[in-house]
Each structure stands twice: as structure tokens, then as C-alpha cells.
Ligand binder design. Structure first.
Ligand code: 5GP
Ligand code: MG
Ligand code: MG
Length: 179
């Protein structure tokens, strides 16, 4: 375990077993639809990579970056598009691939944008969910783990851009925030 962590919540094996289940479900549900998987950078990048390897039907990928957090560990409540998609989504069956849903602000905003652009359907695959943090009424269509209302890092999730490369997910020691 990384010395900055207080505890590990999900091991690499647990995460990959869960991603495997999600990949199989998506393969069944989107058969024949050539879905467009949209990875929300940067947090979902590890999840996206492991997920698409487990989807056995044809799909396309695109990437989007949003910002709401800055360097802090609390949401500012404002969502901005920092990087937009390369191609139109009109008529496409879209799966938004997200690392975690907390307030739901990011997803509510993204869903609205994609539906406004006339996607044929928009669903959400989120690896982690913090239901206690919710400010908007939005739920994942494909959900990995429910997590307690704690700030987690690893497997794509950062604190001040660090810890994204940990293959597992955990909680930082309190003193790490005071540095
Ligand atoms: P929202 O509050 O809009 O649902 O979440 C926006 C984004 O904040 C998430 O996609 C994720 O990148 C980040 N976020 C939310 N909760 C956590 C957390 O516990 N840890 C980390 N590292 N990022 C989080
Ligand atoms: Mg995210
Ligand atoms: Mg972040």
C-alpha cells in the first residue's frame, strides 16, 4: 500500500472483477448499436481502458474533459468543458464513462449537452457512486461500487493530480491534506 494512504477500500482484483461484469452487461445491452463510449478525462481514463477491453462488440471512443474541482477536494459547483468531443454525437447511442458520481453536477450537465446535440440515447457507466453527496437527481445506469462519503484516490482518481496511477483505491491519511 502507498505510504500516503490510510486504508485501501477496493483492491485491484476487486475493481477488475467489477469492470469485467460491467463490460459483459454493456456488450449484451449494446449489441448491434455501435455505441460511442465517452470517457470523461482524466479520472475515468483507467476505467475506460479496462472497460473497453472487456466489451466484445464493436464500439467507438471519444474523450471529453470537464472541470468542477480545481485542486481542492470539494466541488465548486461549476462545470466547464475543457476539452470537447472530436465528432458529432447526433443519432449515436452514447455511454458516458465516469470515474465517480458525487454531487451529480458533472453528469447532469454532460447528459443535457449530449441530448441537446441529439444523441439517440445517453446512458452512464460510473465505477464509483457516492449517493450521500448528491445535489442533482441523477443515477448511473451501470454502477460499480457504492462508496461512503469520503474522498477517495487511485485507479484514475487524484488528489492535486497525484495518485491516479495507483491500481487500487483508498483513502489518504489526514496529514497529506495539510502539506
Ligand atoms: P460530481 O460532484 O460533479 O458528481 O463529481 C465531479 C468529479 O469530481 C468526478 O467525476 C471526480 O472526477 C471528482 N470527484 C468526486 N468525488 C471524488 C472523490 O472522492 N475523489 C476524487 N479523487 N475525485 C472525486
Ligand atoms: Mg470524473
Ligand atoms: Mg480530480
Amino acid at each position: 500500500m502507498h505510504p500516503d494512504l490510510e486504508k485501501v477500500l477496493f483492491s485491484e482484483e476487486e475493481i477488475l472483477a467489477c469492470v469485467d461484469r460491467m463490460g459483459r452487461q454493456l456488450s449484451a445491452d449494446y449489441d448491434g448499436k455501435n455505441p460511442l463510449f465517452i470517457c470523461v478525462l482524466k479520472g475515468a481514463v483507467l476505467f475506460m481502458a479496462d472497460l473497453v477491453k472487456r466489451v466484445t462488440i464493436p464500439l467507438e471512443m471519444d474523450f471529453m474533459a470537464t472541470s468542477s474541482y480545481g485542486a481542492a477536494s470539494k466541488s465548486s459547483g461549476v462545470v466547464r468543458i475543457l476539452k470537447d468531443l472530436e465528432r458529432p454525437v447526433e443519432g449515436r447511442h452514447v455511454v458516458i464513462v465516469e470515474d465517480i458520481i458525487d454531487t451529480g453536477l458533472t453528469l447532469a450537465y454532460l447528459k443535457e449537452v449530449l441530448l441537446h446535440r441529439r444523441a439517440a440515447s445517453v446512458k452512464v457507466a460510473a465505477l464509483f457512486d457516492k449517493p450521500e453527496g448528491r445535489k442533482m437527481e441523477i443515477e448511473a445506469d451501470y454502477r460499480g461500487f457504492v462508496v461512503p462519503n469520503e474522498f477517495i484516490v487511485g485507479y484514475g482518481l487524484d488528489y492535486a493530480e497525484r495518485y491516479r496511477n495507483l491500481p487500487y483505491v483508498g483513502v489518504l491519511k489526514p496529514e497529506v491534506y495539510e502539506r
